[in-house]
Design a protein around this ligand. Structure first.
Ligand code: ADP
Length: 693
């Protein structure tokens, strides 16, 4: 409200004076208005309640003087207003002292005068420019006061009207004058010092403004009655501005800012919007006509003054764009590589990553940034190892390699991780899925081992073969020749014939096994499932092998049939089954000296048939139980040294059992005997159920 009032008065009466003057004039104006109220009230009061010409004239004069001061004030003449203060002693004289008054003044009137004079002094102290004016006024005031006291017979009165005497009007006035003038001088000195400092600062600012490498423009704002900015004028521009935008100071000074900036940047920079609406202190824009990027920094050091500093950021912008492009390329490149990239900091925390989805491995939760290597599922010792490699890589600027396996929902995967220093506090980790390579390597290694072993065994077999074939062939040849001799008896003839047939059988076995093996190798063995009467089959084998037990051995062969019905059977390949059982029974007899060789089967819950061959022979040491299924492998023992064999029986039997959908198992105690068995699914055909019904 007072601001608005001051604005109206200022605009109406003081438009030609400075802002500072306006403020002083307005304060003075308020004091005058108050004084006017007091004097008019006094005048009216005295008019009605006091009689006497002196009173009327004096009070009217007082009103007139204050009114005159008001007029001076409105006309902007501060000094004239101040001079009117000098009328106070005159009026006091006229009112209390002169002959115009019909009686001498009373002592208390000296105090009224004192208050009036102090009021005048205060106004002068506050508004007068020079000390001499104040001092002159003070001297006149002291004389007036002294004269009044003299007339009242109290000039030399040590005691004032009011005790104690320090309240003597002259003393009070002098003290007041002394203190206020002292304070005023002190303030003036301070103000002077500040002004000096301000001047230095302003000069500094001016220098910075002129010499700055940035283009700077100083703008003044013009406001309307409602304090809204209506216009922005350019006050000055610095040297850099002139040279950057090829404009001289005189061309732009006192021009409208909008017009000048439109000239420079066309419509790419709106100064009004930037200064008046933009809440931020900076604004970036691209001046297409100049092909340059700028950042405008806005400073507002005064209420109506702005500075805009134009920073040419074209190079930075281009650099950033270039970096962005590089980053994009780098990302594309990384994405094209089928590895997983992580950026890990010194402490082992993931900072960034690039993951491609591989068909083997999927990272379900890609939210790993911020987690550490200890949180993402590595076993602790592995995480420790990675941590150590990070430290080494950072310290020695080296590339560290670790291979590790990781269990995931999709299985176990092998990775090769390489760590290389990226910055002083982070490494790049490149994890490559090497599961396929490792699997292939592993398979190859196994295949190679197998091939080597097989080769070794085959060589051993071939070396053996001549012996294995020669021995029975020699026997057959010799005995055949001997049989032709005329002087042999019937018994000898039968012995020779037995030996010939036994060795012939052995040769046949060997040839059979070799044929089986080659058929297995060429994958030519086919499975023909048909109804097989198991009891008959076992009986055939029993009948075949019982007569083959050498007389030198004390072996009984027996059969255990769980379902005695001769029609009982199930669906399987009878030919393969016969081969398997022949091999097992042949071995059981071969590797036993005495005891039982049992051949039989058991039903398991009507769901499966477990077929077995057991003996009380020499048994198989535990560490050989796997080897015996390798081709051409034969355990080194007494029996094998004297009997022939190819080392092919068990591998063939094992393969055939697997073709029948089962697994050949064994249990053996060296010196006590061995049991081989396998379990075939009971596939009911024309078999078991039919018999039950
Ligand atoms: P071969 O009998 O021709 O030597 P096999 O492959 O049939 O070859 O058997 C491999 C080895 O397993 C035999 O050399 C033998 O040492 C051992 N073996 C097989 N069956 C038995 C068994 N029932 N009792 C003890 N040892 C056996």
């Amino acid at each position: 409200m007072s601001k608005r009032f001051s604005h109206i008065i200022s605009e109406k009466f003081w438009s030609h004076v400075s802002e500072e003057e306006k403020q002083r004039l307005f304060s003075l104006f308020i004091i005058i208005i108050l004084a006017l109220i007091v004097t008019v009230a006094n005048f009216v009061y005295k008019l009605f309640f006091y009689s006497g010409n002196s009173c009327f004239v004096c009070n009217a004069g007082l009103v007139a003087i204050v009114t005159l001061a008001g007029v001076f004030c409105l006309r902007g003449k501060i000094n004239s207003v101040l001079y009117t203060a000098f009328t106070i002693p005159i009026f006091l004289y006229a009112y209390y002292i002169s002959d115009f008054n019909d009686h001498p003044p009373l002592i208390e009137t000296a105090y009224y005068s004192l208050w009036w004079l102090l009021g005048g002094l205060l106004v002068l102290i506050y508004f007068a420019e020079s000390e001499s004016l104040i001092t002159t006024y003070s001297i006149i005031s002291l004389f007036t006061l002294g004269f009044q006291l003299l007339k009242a017979n109290h000039l030399f009165d040590p005691f004032s009207f009011y005790e104690p005497y320090v309240t003597h009007p002259l003393l009070v006035f002098v003290a007041f004058y002394g203190i206020t003038i002292g304070l005023r001088l002190k303030l003036k000195r301070l103000a002077h010092r500040f002004t000096e400092k301000l001047t230095v600062i302003n000069q500094g600012i001016s220098k910075v403004f002129q010499d700055s490498g940035f283009s700077i423009v100083q703008i003044k704002a013009e406001r309307d009655e409602d304090d809204n900015i209506t216009n922005l004028w350019i006050e000055k521009v610095n040297n850099a501005f002139e040279s950057s935008f090829k404009l001289n100071l005189y061309e732009v000074q006192n021009q409208e800012a909008g017009y000048v900036f439109n000239l420079i940047f066309r419509n790419h920079f709106d100064v009004n919007k930037t200064l008046l609406l933009n809440k931020k202190k900076t604004k970036e824009f691209y001046a297409k006509n100049l092909e340059r990027h700028f950042k405008a920094h806005i400073l507002k050091p005064e209420y109506n003054r702005f500075y805009i500093i134009f920073e040419d950021i074209t190079r930075i912008k281009l650099k950033v764009a270039e970096l962005e492009e590089n980053k994009r390329r780098y990302k594309v490149l990384l994405e094209a590589i089928p590895d997983i990239f992580f950026v890990i900091d010194k402490e082992g925390t993931y900072e960034d990553f690039v993951i491609k989805e591989s068909d083997l491995f999927k990272i379900e939760d890609a939210n790993i940034i911020g987690n550490t290597i200890y949180d993402v599922g590595f076993p602790d010792n592995m995480a420790d190892k990675i941590y150590a490699c990070i430290q080494t890589s950072l310290k020695a600027n080296s590339i560290e390699t670790i291979e590790y396996s990781l269990n995931t929902h999709n299985g176990t995967f092998m990775f090769e991780m390489r760590l290389a220093k990226l910055t002083s506090h982070s490494v790049i980790s490149i994890a490559r899925d090497i599961t396929r390579r490792k699997t292939t390597e592993f398979k190859l290694e196994r295949a190679l081992n197998k091939a080597e072993e097989s080769d070794r065994l085959k060589s051993a077999f071939l070396a053996n073969l001549s012996h294995e074939i020669r021995t029975p062939l020699n026997i057959i040849t010799n005995f055949t020749r001997m049989m032709a001799e005329p002087d042999i008896d019937q018994l000898e003839r039968m012995e020779f014939s037995d030996a010939i047939s036994q060795n012939g059988q052995q040769l046949l076995n060997m040839i059979d096994n070799t044929i089986h093996l080659s058929r297995i190798e060429t994958e030519a063995v086919e499975v023909h499932v048909d109804f097989c009467k198991i009891n008959n089959l076992l009986r055939d084998i029993y009948n075949k092998y019982r007569p083959l037990i050498p007389d030198t051995k004390d072996i009984r062969i027996n059969m255990n049939l769980d379902v005695p019905n001769p029609a009982f059977g199930f669906e399987t390949d009878a030919k393969l089954l016969r081969e398997i059982l022949s091999i097992l029974v042949d071995n059981a007899i071969k590797y036993s000296v005495k005891g039982d060789v049992s051949l039989g089967y058991e039903m398991i819950l009507n769901e499966a048939v477990q077929i077995y061959v057991s003996d009380n022979g020499i048994g198989i040491p535990e560490d050989e139980t796997e080897n015996i299924f390798s081709r051409f492998y034969r355990i080194k023992n007494n029996i094998n040294e004297t009997t022939s064999g190819s080392g092919l029986g068990l591998p063939i039997a094992q393969h055939y059992v697997s073709l029948l959908g089962s697994e050949l198992e064994l249990k053996s105690v060296p010196g006590q005997g061995t049991k081989f068995w396998f379990t075939l699914p009971f596939r009911e055909g024309k078999g078991f159920l039919k018999i039950v019904s």
